[in-house]
Design a protein around this ligand. Structure first.
Ligand code: C2O
Ligand code: CU
Ligand code: CU
Length: 521
């Protein structure tokens, strides 16, 4: 058991190995560039001050919990652009509109270096929160970008190399919502009927302080799994609803936990959106898999429920593919083990129908327009780039490689404006000797782009929603996936990585470089 101070120290100690030395002049130049934009004619519609800061917040009954949290303030523009979640360590929900110009002044007020990444947003390389752009305590990084994404549920979180896991775990995360005219025309529940739900797991010691990894390699290989399921930062979360339709925006903000979501009463889920916004039309699933970093939007209609009735969103059991079959923890964690291994069954949150309201909305049959990419346009259609998710020397890797701050291999360079097929293969192998054949789920994420799923193959699991725009895709053991990515208009260095944050921190992350010069305006 560790207390908050020790937690902060442990998290801090991790920094030493990764962030010392070699702050290149490139970094300084980019920072100057980022900050200098203020004088270069960028006029924001919305300007926000955002700060990462230590705080104490009541989570469990009794002592408050030491956390880090993002705090925000609107400096210019609509005050409703920031919505604080009640009594939550989560950062404010940032609400924006497509086409808006946004400036965010991010100040680091925690001891470790950090930087903010806008997960899912299509922004220039120096606005993307790459780990080379980390700032120490007391410094400010100025982000300026135009919202070019479709309406959807995006999010933000820290991205310092080697410390993303502990910083997100410590509380640094928030939603970033984009709206647009197409979404407004779809006729979806809005206002108080449009509900963000951030799913995370945590572990607490006896004085209610967060417990993270003990530092053992095997634990990091599996990833962190807590025994408390929090929704929007609250344990035992319960959602009061009226007898009508809701839009539920789900984010898996957990470090490593995968959810296999279903309604407790067996009704199918009606999915209306994925990482990159609304689907063309609603789809139904008996259950959905939601890996770390992924989002899903549900249409949830409670109009046939009686006032006073209850249901729940649950996570159904599945083979979590943990190393050592999920039992690894027992010996390794000093007898505790994972109370809730990946794949355990548990309720996520309750829904309590507490009042009658006349339902007026019906499920739209058309939600948005998605132009399907034509695989024939991919420059490497015959030779997809293959990325094997394998273990090497007790580390999770991509093609045997681990993260290097500014390095790219030849197969990690792409031409601006070109479309490519990338294939991710999670079939184990690579690790010889004692770890041979080890295989785990890996949620794979690309920065800066929304992509389309061309095909899944190998072991065919169900519960994926591949119909829409994606920035993160879950690969269970034995699966492969081909995606179509268009490396549109922003040149520079972006990341792709496993969004199991412990895997990411141990180096299951690489750069890709978009080569080309920006189109002149
Ligand atoms: Cu959600 Cu590289 O991040
Ligand atoms: Cu991202
Ligand atoms: Cu992984």
């Amino acid at each position: 058991m560790i207390n908050r101070r020790q937690f902060l120290q442990i998290a801090g100690a991790g920094a030493a190995g990764f962030l010392t030395g070699g702050m290149s002049s490139l970094v300084d130049k980019e920072k100057a560039y980022a900050a200098g934009q203020a004088d270069s004619g960028f006029t924001p519609d919305l300007e926000i001050a955002l700060k990462a800061t230590p705080a104490e917040i009541p989570i469990l009954p009794g002592d408050p919990t030491g956390v880090w949290r993002y705090q925000g303030q609107v400096l210019k523009g609509d005050r409703a652009s920031l919505v604080n979640l009640e009594r939550s360590y989560l950062g404010p929900v940032i609400r924006t509109h497509r086409g808006q110009k946004v400036r965010i002044r991010f100040t680091n007020d925690i001891a470790d270096k950090t930087i903010v990444h806008w997960h899912g947003l299509h922004v220039p390389a120096d606005m993307d929160g790459h780990p080379r752009l980390v700032i120490p305590k007391g410094e400010t990084y100025v982000y300026e970008f135009e919202i070019r994404n479709r309406a959807g549920t995006y999010w933000y979180h820290p991205h310092p190399h080697g410390l993303t896991g502990p910083q997100v775990y410590g509380g640094l995360a928030g939603l970033f919502l984009v709206s647009d005219d197409e979404e407004k025309a779809a006729g979806l529940p809005s206002g108080e009927y449009d509900i963000p739900l951030v799913l995370q797991d945590r572990a607490f010691d006896r004085s209610n302080q967060l417990i993270y990894l003990s530092g053992q390699r095997m634990e990091q290989m599996n990833g962190f799994l807590g025994d408390w399921i929090l929704v929007n930062g609250h344990p035992d979360f319960s959602l009061p609803v009226a007898t009508r339709a809701y839009r539920l925006r789900l984010l898996n903000g957990s470090n490593s936990r995968i959810y296999r979501l279903a309604w407790q009463d067996g009704k199918p889920l009606t999915v209306i959106g994925t990482d990159g916004g609304l689907l063309e039309k609603p789809v139904q699933r008996r259950y959905v898999m939601l890996g770390p970093g992924e989002r899903l939007e549900l249409w949830a209609d409670f109009s046939s429920y009686a006032v006073g009735s209850e249901t729940a969103l649950v996570s159904l059991p599945f083979d979590g593919g943990m190393m050592g079959g999920g039992r690894m923890g027992r010996g390794m964690m000093g007898g505790g083990g994972y109370v809730l291994p990946n794949g355990a069954q548990f309720p996520v949150f309750k829904v309590k129908v507490n009042r009658r309201e006349k339902a007026t909305l019906t499920l739209p049959q058309r939600l948005s327009t998605i132009k399907r990419y034509d695989p024939a346009e991919a420059v490497n259609r015959q030779y997809p780039k293959r990325f094997h998710l394998v273990m090497r020397h007790m580390a999770w890797t991509i093609n045997g490689r681990t993260f290097q701050m500014e390095a790219t291999a030849p197969d990690e360079r792409v031409q601006m404006d070109s479309m490519e097929v990338w294939e991710f293969i999670n079939e184990g192998g690579g690790g010889r000797g004692m770890m041979g054949g080890m295989n785990m789920p890996h949620p794979i994420h690309l920065h800066g782009k929304q992509f389309q799923v061309l095909r899944r193959s190998g072991v065919m699991h169900e519960g994926y929603v591949d119909e829409g725009w994606k920035d993160t895709v879950l690969l269970m053991p034995g699966e492969r996936i081909k995606i179509l990515v268009k490396f549109g208009d922003y040149p520079g260095l972006f990341l792709y990585h496993c969004h199991n944050l412990e895997h990411e921190d141990m180096g299951m992350m690489r750069n890709y470089l978009v080569e080309g010069s920006p189109a002149s305006v």
